[in-house]
Design a protein around this ligand. Sequence first.
Ligand code: FES
Length: 165
Amino acid sequence: MKKPTATRRTFLNRLWLGIGGLALLESVALVANYLRPRPSPESAGAGDPVVIAGPVDRFEPGSVTAFVQGRFYLSRLEDGGFLALSRTCTHLSCSVPGVADEERFLCPCHASAFDRKGDVLQPPAPRAMDLFEVVIEHGIVRVDTGKRVKRTAFASGQATYPVQA
Ligand code: FES
């Protein structure tokens, strides 16, 4: 009995089937990778969420200091209180860059504006910038980026003040 030989057409069909299968596998891998949960920006690559900002005297009243590592701004109010403002916009989570001028933060995505206390000056952001917990011990300011506080607006109890000696 004569053994059947593959024709050119059969060979090409199998070749295209193989290429199609590989493309399908690659597409499935891409979608699975896309859908895989990712760590939050605050915890990405960070073992310790506490950022040591520095001595209290380093921050002048009325100043805003960016901490890229912790993804927050340390705002020292005119009365000496501290707020650690998350850089994540409360509208659709874009990263809010540094202070656009002396008085406000501007989100580049949809033009929300926030003041130095994180309050909304201009929507569409629905609420004030989130806060991280500030702790001042022995004159050193620490910010715990693992403790995010959501709020609607600024209230005086949200600021942390150095203990007067
Ligand atoms: Fe900031 Fe939309 S994400 S205004």
